[in-house]
Structure formats: structure tokens, C-alpha cells
Design a protein around this ligand. Sequence first.
Ligand SMILES: Nc1nc2c(c(=O)[nH]1)N=C([C@H](O)[C@H](O)COP(=O)(O)OP(=O)(O)OP(=O)(O)O)CN2
Ligand SMILES: [Zn+2]
Length: 126
Amino acid sequence: MGTFEIAKRFRFEAAHRIGGLPKGHPCGRVHGHSYQVEVRLAAERLTAPGFVTDFGELAPLGKYLQATFDHQLLNDVLDVEPTSENLAVHLACWFLDNLQPGLPGRLVAVRVAETATSWAEYRVEP
Ligand SMILES: Nc1nc2c(c(=O)[nH]1)N=C([C@H](O)[C@H](O)COP(=O)(O)OP(=O)(O)OP(=O)(O)O)CN2
Ligand SMILES: [Zn+2]
């Protein structure tokens, strides 16, 4: 049998600078992005009326993103370098701790896009 998968996308605006880059690298300077965060959930069986998880039940992640990251300097918020990869794993951990208990579907991946041409993804082990 197959697996159902759903995705929900959120966005926030924030600034960051990435430390440890070679001198002159543009991402070492403070700059901003319109971040897009996509979570994907999977299930082998649907719950009534035919959902992996009600998209509406994912709204707390949007609230967390707005409250914690929107219009912030990410270096002030995260205790690691604010790369897309580090943000993706941070958000996966937050989701697993705060939202996963009680949801019928299971988180399979968190994708973070800083620009229209680049993204990083953290996949949760089954
Ligand atoms: N693996 C990663 N590489 C880079 C990250 C990252 O989070 N993970 N981040 C950056 C910078 O934040 C940069 O702002 C985004 O990188 P990039 O896609 O290179 O941005 P550009 O606007 O220059 O993209 P173009 O499409 O090439 O114009 C750097 N690397
Ligand atoms: Zn950047």
C-alpha cells in the first residue's frame, strides 16, 4: 500500500548574517529574506473525513514563526549560525516537541527557502 503526504507552507520576513564565511562573502553582511517554510506530513491511513492532518491544525507553527522570527535578526534568536539548514532542523525539533503529539500524521520533512532559487531540507527519520 502507498503513503499519503501533505504539505503546508508558511512565510516570514527576517534578516541574518552568516559567520565563518570567507572575507567578502556577501552573506557575511546583514541582509534580509522572505523566508518560506514548508512542512510535510505523511500517513498510511486517513482520518475522517479523509485527512492526513487537518491543515488548520498546523496553524500553531505559523504563530510560532511570526512570534519568534518575523522581522527579527535571526542571529539574535538562534544560538547557531542562521543557515537554512540550521533553521530547518530547529523547526523540525520545535514541531516534534510541540505539535506532533496529538496529530494523526507524522512529520517527514521541513524545508526552508531563503530565496526563489535555494532551499534546505531536514528529513525526520521514520
Ligand atoms: N547551504 C547553504 N548555503 C548558503 C546559505 C544557506 O543557508 N545554506 N545561505 C546563504 C545566504 O543566506 C544567501 O543569502 C542565500 O544564498 P544564495 O542562494 O546564494 O543567494 P543569491 O541571492 O546570491 O542567489 P542567486 O540565485 O544566485 O542570485 C548562502 N549560502
Ligand atoms: Zn541570506
